[in-house]
Design a protein around this ligand. Sequence first.
Ligand code: IMP
Ligand code: MG
Length: 186
Amino acid sequence: MYNINDDIDYIIIDQNEIDKIVTRIAADIDRDYPDPEKKLLLLCILKGSVVFMGDLMKKIRRPVEVDFMRISSYHSGTTSSGTVNILLDLARKDISSLDIVVIEDIIDSGNTMTYLMKYLHLKGARSVRVASLLDKPSRRQVQFEADYVGRVIDDLFVVGYGLDYDEKYRALPYVGVLKPSVYTKQ
Ligand code: IMP
Ligand code: MG
């Protein structure tokens, strides 16, 4: 039987470390948004952040609302084109009463998050911060720093825990690097 785990060369963040990262970021968010009367929106960026979002929201103790956006930042090969498009927008119009924490899977060139921060501020959000599971600072094309970072990684293409290669491997419970043979297949 085909087993997607067999396509992984090595694991860089195992389930145990992911659990620690998620617990830490949830505690940081609880600490930074102590007033339960102020609305906090966790804004999950589909599709890569869906697993991180699901785990993180269960560990946050203060009240939160959740919402979703889908943004394409197409990468031709491994380089970001810099072009960002909103594929699924926030369904709510007035966001002026919301503090927002954007939940992202990975920051690479920084183009997607730079665009989204501008967009949410223009729409009138009370405040916006970004929580990213992973960060590849060596790949930045524009200066951008997330407020909460799970782990900084080297310039590697990774999959699992929501992250895909060609829409596959999102369901893996850990973050890993694909075997080179996977890229050369087809
Ligand atoms: P940025 O606009 O270049 O920062 O793009 C970030 C987006 O690129 C992420 O939300 C991912 O969808 C995708 N991405 C960047 N690096 C990786 C990776 O190593 N694995 C899977 N997706 C990645
Ligand atoms: Mg992706």
